[in-house]
Write a protein that binds this ligand. Structure first.
Ligand SMILES: C[S@@+](CC[C@H](N)C(=O)[O-])C[C@H]1O[C@@H](n2cnc3c(N)ncnc32)[C@H](O)[C@@H]1O
Length: 287
């Protein structure tokens, strides 16, 4: 099956589990107790999520809390790439207030249905969930102040395209404020495969330098990566032992290398609808 179809199926099932009152956990880790720990657990401050529908909180499948780290101002337009059950969209909507707007974009019908139901329960008006792919964002150029995303870009088979699209829809001076899984340093292919199986439903990742390079290639400036949670081999012991992996043998190759991180970047203020003045970069998607 094509990667996108696998992703849709997995997250569609996760959405249905939440709608039926179960856990959002999916993939290889679903069989384990406390399966979402330590990646998706305890990311949000209960005082911030207290007013949200329980299903929105339960559906959280992120690996960070971009709304806590992003600067969001009243009146701004926010776009969440891969919005899932909508937790970060609903939190953003509150931050940008009635004069602002929060869009969620997701390709999975079941997730969109769950997110729209959560919006209805939350009684929030300044939110719109869009169906579509993060590789083809269904919004015009230069219309978004802040792009957020929570553990989604790593799932795309064309991360360059996603970053070009994010750049295209951001206004000049717009901010990219994203949580994602990254690796730091060299990791042998088999170790990477096992760890990523543990990390999420189906996850890819980018090396930290690779992510920075791709953001720069898309046209972004002021790029920063801030690790928010570094994973320990002990966190994965039960799962990986069950897969027949010799934990003690791979431990030295894992320590300090797999993490969730917050990525910040800015679309230069000089990049408008006609491209970026003073550079040859057009800021437009080329494919
Ligand atoms: C790991 S979940 C994260 C959901 C949400 N951001 C959160 O923090 O709970 C990934 C979500 O991204 C969506 N997704 C994955 N790849 C996508 C793509 N290429 N285009 C649009 N949505 C995508 C999935 O349908 C799913 O809802």
């Amino acid at each position: 099956m094509e990667l996108k179809e696998v992703v849709k199926e997995k997250y569609g099932q996760a959405a249905l589990r939440v709608s039926a009152g179960g856990s959002s956990c999916c993939g290889a880790s679903a069989a384990l107790d406390g399966c979402c720990d330590p990646i998706t657990s305890n990311l949000y401050d209960a005082t911030k999520t207290g007013e949200l529908p329980q299903e929105a909180v339960l559906a959280s499948l992120g690996c960070g809390n971009p709304t806590a780290l992003a600067q969001l101002n009243p009146g701004e337009t926010v776009l969440d790439l891969g919005s899932g059950g909508g937790i970060d969209v609903l939190l953003s909507a509150r931050r940008v207030g009635p004069t602002g707007k929060a869009y969620g974009l997701d390709m999975t019908d079941e997730m969109l249905a769950l997110a729209r139901e959560n919006q209805r329960k939350a009684g929030v008006q300044n939110v719109e969930f869009l169906k579509g792919e993060i590789e083809h964002i269904p919004l015009p150029d230069n219309t978004v102040d802040v792009i957020i995303s929570n553990c989604v870009i790593n799932l795309s088979g064309d991360k360059d395209r996603v970053l070009r699209e994010a750049f295209r829809v951001l206004k000049p001076g717009g901010r990219f404020a994203v949580s994602d899984v990254v690796t730091s340093g060299a990791v042998p292919a088999d170790v990477r495969e096992n760890m990523l199986l543990w990390v999420g439903c189906i996850a890819g990742e980018l090396g930290d330098y690779e992510y920075v390079a791709k953001l720069a290639k898309a046209g972004f400036g002021d790029i920063e990566i801030e690790p928010t949670r570094v994973y320990n081999i002990e966190d994965a012991r039960t799962f990986l032992s069950g897969q027949g992996v010799d934990i003690d043998a791979i431990a030295p190759q894992v320590e300090g290398k797999f993490m969730s991180a917050f990525l910040r970047a800015t679309k230069p203020a000089s990049c408008g609808a006609q491209g970026c003045s003073g550079t040859s970069f057009s800021g437009k998607s080329t494919t």
